[in-house]
Design a protein around this ligand. Structure first.
Ligand code: HMG
Ligand code: MG
Length: 300
């Protein structure tokens, strides 16, 4: 029969991945209320924002205010692509930093304006310094299944990039299906390999739901022993530099599935929907997740 854990952890990425692709500028106060309600729903780990170039991603230009004013999240994480981003994140008081690099060189070039190799080289001393200061470091590995520019990505290339980050001492790898092309067999295969190869780091799976296979992919990753999942409330999200990337798998739908499987997360679906209610009027895409629809109809 299926092998399922008793507990799993959700890393909420709605305030970061969820909003970075949103063309309407969302007020800082609205973002803070979204974050507050997400924390109230029982979410303990959350990517709050990114310290990236405001010319590249204007939506994240209030990163400093977000970090300084978002209270009540027990492990707030911020993204930073380079030493400048890390410097600004530390100045703002961040304790946990996520760096991000694509397996696909073409994607990395479009996203960070550097080759994958250049990014890893530049990040190596930065990660060393963060670890020397006792910070938590997450490495987000993009295009781990498929690249919109280069096509299918080989498992061995993902393993190789992950090996480099593990050698640099990161605490966690978040391995991503950036444009939502993975299927459950591929998810099981990659996450089994990662689980076997890197038992000493935390491993998270980050699925976008472009083709509605994210829940199936999560179920497959659970079978491979993964218990940490990135998701975004309301199914918001997408990377502005990955053609065809749409929303992340929705937190409320993942938690509902895990509840149904008897896997505890400490998160209340209805309260996640209350957080979605705050952000829904401020984003240009309709919120069409299964559990949010039931919530709107008074069914949960
Ligand atoms: P660049 O133009 O090559 O930057 O962009 P540069 O190093 O040449 O510097 C140019 C100017 O930008 C300088 O200022 C720097 O100080 C400044 P100037 O001297 O002209 O006044 N600068 C910065 N400012 C603020 N924050 C910084 C920073 N760095 C340099 N960190 C850069 C390179 C990396 C900055 C740019 O490409 C960038 O910001 N990219 C971010 C793209 C992004 O946010 N993508 C989405 C997140 S990744 C993702 O969504 C995937 C994930 O969800 C997993 C998945 O699904 O795959 C994680
Ligand atoms: Mg993403």
């Amino acid at each position: 029969m299926f092998s399922l854990p008793n507990r799993a952890t959700i890393i909420e990425v709605g305030p970061r991945d969820g909003l970075q692709n949103e063309k309407m500028q969302v007020d800082t106060d609205v973002k803070l209320e979204f974050i507050r309600r997400l924390a109230e729903s029982g979410i303990s780990e959350m990517e709050l924002t990114s310290f990236v170039s405001p010319k590249w991603v204007p939506q994240m230009k209030d990163a400093k205010d977000i970090v300084q004013q978002a209270a009540a999240v027990s492990r707030p994480i911020v993204l930073a692509p380079n030493s400048k981003g890390v410097e600004l994140a530390l100045e703002a008081g961040a304790e946990a930093i996520a760096v991000f690099v694509g397996v696909s060189n073409t994607f990395n070039q479009k996203n960070i304006n550097r080759s994958t190799e250049e990014s890893v080289e530049a990040l190596a001393p930065v990660i060393g310094e963060l670890k020397a200061q006792g910070k938590f470091v997450r490495a987000c590995i993009s295009t781990a299944f498929y690249c919109p520019y280069e096509g299918k990505i080989e498992v061995e290339d993902v393993m190789e990039l992950c090996r480099k980050f593990v050698a640099l001492g990161v605490d966690e790898l978040s391995v991503a299906d950036t444009v939502g092309m993975a299927n459950p067999v591929g998810s099981y295969e990659l996450f089994s390999r990662l689980q076997q190869a890197f038992p000493s780091v935390l491993l998270a799976a980050h699925f976008h739901d472009t083709r509605k296979m994210a829940l199936a992919n999560i179920f497959a990753a659970l079978q491979a022993g993964i218990t940490r999942f990135d998701s975004a409330a309301g199914g918001l999200g997408g990377c502005p530099f990955a053609d065809g990337a749409t929303g992340n798998v929705a937190t409320e739908d993942v938690v509902n599935m895990l509840d149904a499987l008897g896997i505890g997360t400490g998160i209340r679906v209805k309260d996640v929907c209350r957080a979605v209610e705050v952000i829904a009027p401020h984003v240009s895409r309709p919120i069409e997740t299964g559990m949010y629809r039931l919530f709107e109809n008074g069914r949960i």
